[in-house]
Ligand binder design. Structure first.
Ligand code: 1OR
Ligand code: 1OR
Length: 275
């Protein structure tokens, strides 16, 4: 594992680091040190004090959680050669919330508690707190665990739009989806007669831009801000990694689009090929 470029590439994939500026990312890179682990080893033990934060270079790791009422730890998830863990105890001064066990030999990049808190605490905590509150109000995300919503809070990128600004253009390729933090957006669609019609509005707590990510097709409609709009953008990679548990609900909502299309345009002709 060569330092520098490998570590740099990895750091870019860690959602928690998205709130950092360029200098802080360099500080993170300087502070990371290597730790190799063997198959079967517990990298973190639930209940212990937190020492390091870890970024996965390689290896498969089980996430095990034991509750007071259960005798045996329960497997709640896995990391497969990607991701990071161990931030909770360091951010919130709590005992480790889970055991992380290496299923294979592996390599990790570690950062000690003091450095983690010095560089990440303020910006990452603020971002989590701000977006956790927003994401809690999104009905579609109710099925996520609190911890999964925290990861989503790390991953979103804030974007603001002025009144009337184009956010999504019908027919364009899709790069991500949006949650509405402030303001209202207007959704319009061009029908087969080339007429643009307003089909819907989305306000705070709502989302849009998911359809093209689910169908892997071009944008089905255009979206403009009505007044000033503040949005949280989730790129396609984060969408795929983090929103798996909401996929069924999202697909059910997409069926509602089709019924509405029939009502508004009197035909399903132009939405039939968005699925
Ligand atoms: P930590 O410092 O508490 C254990 O040490 C780490 O496991 C924790 O930070 C997280 O980085 C990671 N709940 C709590 N911690 C989790 C979870 C998790 N998954 C990974 N970690 N849940 C899994 C959600 C799919 C919720 C279980 C009820
Ligand atoms: P997208 O990625 O295709 C445009 O980019 C977004 O507009 C789309 O995802 C949805 O999030 C959103 N039909 C299609 N897209 C819609 C609709 C919609 N409403 C919002 N979007 N219909 C409106 C139903 C009230 C049915 C067509 C009339």
């Amino acid at each position: 594992m060569s330092r520098g470029s490998d570590c740099q590439r990895l750091v870019k994939t860690i959602f928690l680091f998205r709130s950092l500026d360029h200098d802080q990312v360099n500080e993170v890179l300087d502070a990371m040190f290597e730790r190799r682990v063997s198959e079967g080893e517990n990298v973190i033990k639930q209940g212990n004090d937190g020492d390091n934060f870890y970024v996965i270079e390689s290896g498969v790791y089980n996430i095990l959680v034991k509750t007071d009422s259960e005798g045996e730890p329960r497997l709640v998830g896995k990391y497969d050669n990607t991701g990071s863990f161990g931030e909770l105890a360091l951010m919130y001064n709590l005992p480790r919330a889970a055991t992380i066990q290496a299923v294979t030999n592996g390599a990790l990049w570690a950062m000690d508690r003091q450095t983690f808190r010095r560089i990440l605490l303020k910006s990452a905590c603020r971002k989590r707190k701000m977006y956790e509150a927003l994401l809690e109000r999104v009905p579609m995300l109710k099925t996520l665990e609190k911890y999964e919503r925290m990861n989503l809070a790390d991953a979103v990128i804030p974007k603001t739009y002025s009144p009337g600004e184009l956010i999504i253009k019908q027919g364009d390729a899709a790069d991500g989806m949006y949650f509405l933090e402030e303001g209202t957006v207007r959704i319009t669609m061009i029908n087969s007669e080339n007429q643009e019609k307003e089909i819907s509005r989305v306000s705070v707590g709502g989302y849009f831009g998911e359809l093209a990510l689910v169908t892997k097709k071009a944008r089905a409609a255009s979206v403009h801000s009505v007044g000033k709009a503040k949005l949280a953008f989730l790129d396609v990679e984060a969408f795929e990694r983090l929103l798996g548990p909401c996929m069924d609900l999202m697909k059910r909502n997409i069926e509602d689009y089709e019924n509405e299309l029939l009502r508004i345009f009197g035909s399903k002709a132009n939405i039939s090929d968005i699925r």
